[in-house]
Design a binder for this molecule. Structure first.
Ligand SMILES: Nc1ncnc2c1ncn2[C@@H]1O[C@H](COP(=O)(O)OP(=O)(O)OP(=O)(O)O)[C@@H](O)[C@H]1O
Length: 261
């Protein structure tokens, strides 16, 4: 068995007397796409923030390529639900800012410019280089956020409900883009979602969290669907339907949210 690329070991965290996570352990291999799913408030964002280095675990810890994670770093890029673009900069400048920070010393000006454009091209945003965030749609902003994260060449891409604020059609387009990128770049991805179909469509494994307080991993489901995946073809695929049913069962039968009980 290869050594895990990203290792979450016995992670627990409490805020005051509120124990949010307890004994969370997960080994992630390089190039894996993992979705984390669980009811609202169970601690998904908290877990992602610990991996991002934005929060410190109370117990346990995280290793990335055998190095302890204890602060944010460009090797772990985060894409949030609500884009975090700077409104006074253009699309190109927003990505450029991150690229300059990471590659300011190792790439020339021209190389950095090409790298910014290449990453915007990957998410089909080359046509909007000089637009500002308030001049583009929500889906386009998320595309720019993804380009910015990819342009940092992170070891791990962390996505916190990246499509949560988008309408269903835009969401489906973005999911297809992310699947295409995954096919091309083979990133290691940890993505939080509330959407069962999204989790099955995009992931290699789905991590299902129990309800809080003291939430932990209840089950991990492997999604044995070949790639590339086609959402229309999969809708009637017995393996897809079975995975979907397993996640729904976990969420709505075995770990129903207390508020819905
Ligand atoms: N900095 C903090 N200080 C105190 N409590 C916090 C802090 N961050 C998170 N919490 C608490 O931790 C719990 C889990 O929150 P978290 O946002 O991680 O859940 P979630 O599963 O991502 O929820 P959602 O799906 O609704 O986004 C909540 O009870 C929240 O109030």
């Amino acid at each position: 068995m290869t050594k895990p690329y990203l290792q979450i070991s016995n992670v627990g965290i409490q805020f005051g007397t509120n124990v949010v996570l307890q004994n969370v352990s997960l080994d992630i291999q390089r190039g894996e796409f993992l979705a984390i799913i669980g009811h609202s408030g169970c601690g998904k964002s908290t877990l992602l923030n610990i991996v991002a280095g934005l929060l410190q675990a109370t117990t346990g810890g995280v290793l990335l390529e055998n190095r302890e994670v204890n602060e944010p770093g460009p090797d772990r890029a985060v894409v949030f639900q609500n884009h975090s673009l700077l409104p006074w900069l253009t699309v190109e400048e927003n990505v450029r800012l991150a690229v300059d920070k990471v590659f300011g010393k190792t790439k020339s000006r021209a190389e950095r410019r090409d790298w910014v454009r290449h990453n915007l091209d990957l998410v089909n945003m080359s046509h909007a280089l000089v637009r500002r965030p308030n001049e583009i749609s929500g889906g386009m902003k998320q595309r720019v956020g993804i380009a910015r994260a990819l342009a940092m060449e992170p070891k791990v891409l962390l996505m916190d409900e990246p499509f949560g604020a988008l309408d269903a059609l835009t969401r489906a387009q973005l999911q297809d883009t992310v699947m295409g990128l995954q096919q091309q770049l083979n990133n290691t991805v940890l993505m939080i979602t509330h959407d069962v179909d999204e989790a099955v469509l995009l992931s290699d494994r789905i991590v299902m969290m129990t309800n809080g307080p003291a939430a932990t991993i209840g089950e991990v489901l492997t999604v044995p669907l070949a790639r590339p995946r086609d959402r229309l073809a999969l809708a009637a695929d017995p393996t897809y339907v079975g995975c979907r049913a397993a996640v729904l069962k976990f969420l709505y039968e075995r770990h129903r949210h207390p508020a819905a009980a």
